[in-house]
Write a protein that binds this ligand. Structure first.
Ligand code: COA
Length: 165
């Protein structure tokens, strides 16, 4: 059975970070990105940054199966826009994919944002990841813009999910 549970202790957060490194590592490997060439990519997220985010309002949800964390996601409140929330670092281990774990995590984070009177849940993705983008579109997200940054070798796609009832 799969359980989605909020975690905040360092042991669980470290397990989530390991899931993030492995999950995003598959994307990095596919594109040939390394810690040296794209240090800001999520696959190389340092523990100190992840821990700091969790300690400053980032809420981490873990997908647990048979006592093992197989996926995770972070919910953040936008600093700039009231009622706007962000879904970050959605990750599922390769051997746990294609069974609805990612969808369950997105739904849980969206429900938590709703409970906090959120009206929008935003995400940022590697824009050229068409399979990923289509998956988010099927979950109800709509693309709002793209942007490029000097420190990233890919365009970032921004998508929003309306949380209005
Ligand atoms: C995106 C991700 C969380 C989906 O997890 P999941 O548990 O497989 O999700 P679900 O089972 O709910 O949905 C599966 C669908 O995800 C979609 N998908 C999204 N990204 C995909 C990827 N990189 N490879 C394969 N399928 C992907 C496919 O449509 C897939 O459909 P299928 O099972 O019919 O092939 C997982 O692929 C992952 O961790 N990817 C690497 C990290 C990443 O890109 N995270 C999102 C950053 S914004």
């Amino acid at each position: 059975m799969l359980e989605i549970t909020e975690v905040a202790d360092d042991k669980s957060l470290r397990a989530c970070l390991e899931v993030i490194h492995v999950a995003f590592g598959t994307v990095a490997a596919a594109h040939g990105w390394t810690r040296d060439t794209v240090p800001d990519y999520t696959a190389f997220l340092p523990w100190a940054d992840y821990q700091a985010q969790a300690r400053s309002g980032g809420r981490v949800f873990a997908a647990v199966r048979d006592g093992r964390i197989v996926g995770c996601a972070t919910l953040l409140a936008s600093r700039r826009t009231p009622h706007r929330f962000l879904l970050e670092k959605l990750a599922v281990l390769p051997d746990a994919r294609h069974g609805g774990v990612g969808r369950r995590l997105v739904q849980r984070v969206a429900a938590e944002a709703c409970a906090l009177e959120g009206d929008t849940l935003g995400i940022a993705i590697v824009d050229e990841e068409v399979v990923l983008k289509n998956w988010y579109l099927a979950l109800g997200f709509v693309q709002v813009r793209t942007a490029t940054y000097a420190h990233l070798p890919f365009a970032v796609g921004y998508l929003d999910l309306s949380l209005a009832p």
